[in-house]
Design a protein around this ligand. Structure first.
Ligand code: GDP
Ligand code: IMO
Ligand code: MG
Length: 461
C-alpha cells in the first residue's frame, strides 16, 4: 500500500516484544514509506537500530529510523534521555553520508540530559557488582540508568536548561556534589580503571565541573536550533492528517516494570509509554506492531528460560548466532540465543495491547531439522502458560516445548507468503495460535524490500 492510501491521522507504535534487537529499525524504516513523522519516546543511545537500504548499512542509536527517507520529520520526545555529544556525532555521521538531518529533526526541551558523570556512575556500579561477586546487569555503559534516576529524583538537567548558562551552572554544581561524593565513597572511584573516553572529565577521580560545563555550553549552540515543543508539533501534525510512527527502543522484557527486573533498562519500553514519552494522548495510538524475532536473543545479564548453548559449534543456538549474525549494534557484544518463547510473547501481547506481529529473521531458521516452541513453564512444580514477573521467578521457570519440523528450502528475500515452505507457514500459524496475536508482517532478510505484508498497520479496518 502506498502513502496516499493510508488512513489519514492514523498513528502506529512499533515495539520490541522480547529483549531488544528484534529488527525494529528495519521495520520502522519500511513503514516510513507511509508515515511522515517518526518519534522516539524512551531510552537513549543504548539503542542500536540497523537499516539496510540497497545493500548499504546504517546504524542509528538516537535519531529515529525514519531519517533515511527524504522529507520525513523525526522527533525526539521528552521520554528520551539525551547525550548531546552522541547526538551531534550521529548527525555528523549521517551528514557525511549525504543525509540531511538538522532541518527535520525536532528535540523536546524536556529531555533529561545524559552527562559524563552518568557514564562514570553506570560503569562504577557495574565494576562494584563485579568486585562483590554480584550479578552484573551488563548495561551498555552509556549512563542510561543514572540519567533516569536524576529525572525521577527531580534534579535532572534538561535540554531547556542549556538556554540558561547561569541556571545550568548552579544545577550542575549541586548534581556534581552529590555524584562525586557517591563516586569517591560508595563506588570507590579511585580504584577503577577508567576507559579513555571518560578520562578527560576526571581530575583526581572526581568529575570536573569545568570540563562538563564548558563542553555542554559549546554543544548547546549547535543543539538549540533543533529544540522544539515536540508535543505541540505532534498534535499539530495529527490535526493536519499526518501519519505518525512511534519507534520503541529496547524490548518489553527490558521494560523497567514489566521486564525481567532488575535485569532491565531504566525506562518503560511498552507501547503505552509512547503517549507519555512524546506528549500525545493515548487515544492517538491506533495500532501497536510487535516486532518479534522468529527465535529469541538477549544481550547482557538476566534470566532467559529458552537459552541454548549458542557457543557450541553445530548446535541450533550456534546456528542462530552465526547465521543471524547476533552481535550487538551498540556494544559489539555477542547476543545470547534461544528458542522462540510463546509464553513470554503472551506477556508482551498483554502489556502492549499488540494489534499484530511482525515476525523477523525467519530466514535464519532455514536449514534447521526441527524447531522447538516454548508454550509454557514448570514453576515450583506447577505448570503455567504465561511468563511470570521479575527475574527471581523467571529464573526458576523450566520451559515446556512443542517440537515442530524445520524446513530446508530458503526463505531469504521472500516477499509473499506463497513463497514460504509449508513448514515455515505452519511455524508462523502455531505462533499465532499459541499467542493469540495475528501475524501481519514477516521479514526475510535485513534488506528493506524483503518484507511480507499481510495487513498494513496504516490501513484502518
Ligand atoms: P533493533 O534494535 O530492534 O532495531 O534491531 P537491530 O538492528 O539491533 O538488530 C537486528 C539485526 O537483524 C540487524 O542487523 C538487522 O539488519 C537484521 N535483520 C532485521 N530483519 C532481518 C531479517 O528478517 N533477516 C535477517 N537475516 N536479518 C534481519
Ligand atoms: P535496541 O533498541 C538489546 C540491555 C543491556 C542490558 C540492559 C540495561 O537496539 O533493541 P542499559 O544500558 O539500558 O542500562 O542496559 O538493557 N539493552 C539492550 N539490549 N537492545 C537494546 O536496544 C538495548 N538497550 C539496552 O544490554 O542488559
Ligand atoms: Mg538493536
Amino acid at each position: 500500500m502506498k502513502k496516499q492510501e493510508a488512513t489519514p491521522a492514523r498513528h502506529v507504535v512499533v515495539v520490541g516484544t522480547q529483549w531488544g534487537d528484534e529488527g525494529k529499525g528495519k521495520l520502522v524504516d519500511w513503514l516510513t514509506e507511509t508515515a511522515t513523522g517518526v518519534v522516539r519516546f524512551q531510552g537513549g543511545h543504548n539503542a542500536g537500530h540497523t537499516l539496510v537500504i540497497n545493500g548499504q548499512k546504517t546504524a542509528l542509536h538516537l535519531i529515529p529510523s525514519g531519517i533515511m527517507r527524504a522529507g520525513v520529520k523525526c522527533y525526539i520526545g521528552n521520554g528520551v534521555v539525551l547525550s548531546v555529544g552522541k547526538l551531534l556525532e550521529e548527525i555528523q555521521g549521517l551528514e557525511r553520508a549525504g543525509v540531511s538531518v538538522r532541518d527535520r529533526l525536532f528535540i523536546s526541551e524536556a529531555c533529561p540530559l545524559i552527562l559524563p558523570f552518568h557514564v562514570t556512575i553506570d560503569m562504577a556500579r557495574e565494576a562494584a557488582k563485579e568486585r562483590s561477586g554480584g550479578a552484573k546487569i551488563g548495561t551498555t555503559g552509556r549512563g542510561i540508568g543514572p540519567a533516569y534516576e536524576d529525572k525521577i529524583a527531580r534534579r535532572a538537567l534538561r535540554v531547556q536548561d542549556l538556554r540558561h548558562p547561569e541556571r545550568f551552572a548552579i544545577k550542575l554544581k549541586e548534581l556534581l556534589a552529590l555524584h562525586n561524593h557517591v563516586l569517591s565513597t560508595f563506588l570507590d572511584g579511585a580504584n577503577i580503571e577508567w576507559p579513555d573516553a571518560v578520562k578527560p572529565y576526571l581530575v583526581d577521580s572526581q568529575v570536573s565541573f569545568d570540563a562538563v560545563y564548558q563542553e555542554a555550553m559549546a554543544q548547546a549552540a549547535e543543539l538549540l536550533p533543533m529544540v522544539a515543543d515536540v508535543s505541540k508539533a505532534l498534535n499539530e501534525a495529527h490535526a493536519q492528517g499526518a501519519n505518525l510512527l512511534f519507534e520503541g527502543a529496547q524490548g518489553t522484557l527490558l521494560d523497567i516494570d514489566h521486564g525481567t527486573y532488575p535485569f532491565v533498562t531504566s525506562s518503560n519500553c511498552v507501547a503505552g509509554n509512547a503517549a507519555a514519552g512524546a506528549g500525545v494522548g493515548p487515544g492517538l495510538l491506533h495500532y501497536v506492531l510487535g516486532i518479534t524475532k522468529a527465535y529469541c536473543t538477549r544481550v547482557g545479564g538476566g534470566p532467559f528460560p529458552t537459552e541454548l548453548d549458542w557457543e557450541v559449534e553445530g548446535t541450533p543456538g550456534w546456528h542462530m548466532a552465526t547465521v543471524g549474525a547476533e552481535r550487538g549494534t551498540t556494544t559489539g557484544r555477542s547476543r545470547r540465543c534461544g528458542w522462540f518463547d510463546a509464553a513470554l510473547l503472551k506477556r508482551s501481547a498483554q502489556v502492549n495491547g499488540l494489534s499484530g506481529l511482525c515476525i523477523t529473521k525467519l530466514d535464519v531458521l532455514d536449514g534447521l531439522d526441527e524447531l522447538k516452541l516454548c508454550i509454557g513453564y514448570e514453576l515450583d512444580g506447577e505448570r503455567i502458560d504465561l511468563l511470570p514477573m521479575g527475574a527471581d521467578e523467571i529464573e526458576r521457570c523450566k520451559p515446556i516445548y512443542e517440537t515442530l519440523p524445520g524446513w530446508q528450502d530458503t526463505t531469504v528475500g521472500a516477499t509473499q507468503m506463497e513463497q514460504l515452505p509449508a513448514n515455515a507457514l505452519a511455524y508462523l500459524r502455531r505462533i499465532e495460535e499459541v499467542t493469540q496475536v495475528p501475524v501481519h508482517m514477516v521479514s526475510t532478510s535485513p534488506d528493506r524490500d524483503h518484507t511480507i505484508l499481510l495487513k498494513h498497520p496504516y490501513h484502518a479496518e
